[in-house]
Design a protein around this ligand. Structure first.
Ligand SMILES: Nc1ncnc2c1ncn2[C@@H]1O[C@H](COP(=O)(O)OP(=O)(O)OP(=O)(O)O)[C@@H](O)[C@H]1O
Ligand SMILES: [Mg+2]
Length: 242
């Protein structure tokens, strides 16, 4: 395995609060890594640090052999890290496909090619019937899928999914989970933050757990499900993966 992303003692402080503290983490190429932890643990902050939306207070971030610690988000996107937002903020005056084209343009400067890539991404996530619909007609669940399409249209090496199951029906969760599970085979490495535990614990190949900004566990889902520190901080009781 080759390391695609490496975090070395990455921290981020907001005044007196350490939202992320001394996180060491290596993500291998082709992994489907789950990142879980209670509300306020620092998961989205960690994504913001990796994606260049926030500057770390300390530590180093290396992606694909390059030190990207202080890179701005547009540069991070260009070298192949895509992310979704926990709270989708689409461009409300644009159509569904136009929202996805904004990221597709990163690789395709021709409008037609960008549109084709955007439409393909929308098909991937089951939004084929909404291509030219105004984005304001999408429900919360559909907006989550739009976030995924938008990220994939970047044709990323690494994608960071932040709670994309919230607002989806159980059937939709099943379809989306299957779709995510297939991404590594398409050459896309995945780091996925999720509170819908049955989905992530059954799909991820490895799970890391954040609590109060610190990594408290790192291992196979079956081991994480019975880890006393994880049960105390987050799960409440041992989780059955049957
Ligand atoms: N811009 C900010 N300014 C100040 N504090 C912040 C900021 N962003 C996050 N925080 C704080 O940092 C901590 C971590 O927040 P973060 O959003 O990363 O948690 P999370 O693990 O994503 O939680 P959730 O599961 O609820 O999404 C929280 O205490 C939060 O209030
Ligand atoms: Mg969050």
């Amino acid at each position: 395995m080759t390391a695609l992303l490496k975090l070395d003692t990455v921290s981020r402080r907001f005044d007196a609060l350490w939202a992320v503290r001394n996180v060491n983490l290596t993500v291998e190429k082709g992994e489907l890594l789950g990142l879980i932890g209670p509300n306020g643990a620092g998961k989205s902050t960690l994504f913001n640090l990796i994606a260049g939306a926030l500057l770390p207070s300390g530590g180093e971030i290396v992606f694909d052999g390059q030190r990207v610690t202080t890179w701005k988000s547009y540069r991070i996107a260009r070298i192949g890290i895509a992310r979704t937002f926990q709270i989708p903020k689409p461009y409300r005056q644009l159509s569904v496909v136009e929202n996805v084209m904004l990221t597709a343009f990163q690789h395709n400067h021709a409008v037609r090619a960008a549109r084709e890539l955007a439409v393909r991404s929308l098909h991937d996530v089951g939004l084929q019937d909404y291509v030219d619909a105004p984005v304001t007609t999408l429900t919360v669940g559909l907006l989550k899928r739009l976030e995924v399409a938008r990220a994939l249209a970047l044709q990323p090496k690494l994608v960071l999914f932040d709670e994309i199951m919230a607002g989806l029906t159980p059937t939709e969760v099943g379809v989306m989970t299957k779709f995510i599970a297939e991404l590594p085979a398409r050459g896309i490495t995945v780091v996925w933050v999720e509170h819908v535990l049955h989905a992530i614990m059954r799909t991820a190949t490895r799970i890391v757990v954040l609590n109060r900004g610190e990594l408290i566990a790192n291992g196979k889902p079956a081991d994480i499900a019975k880890d006393p520190a994880v049960i105390k901080a987050y799960l409440g009781e041992e989780m059955s993966l049957a």
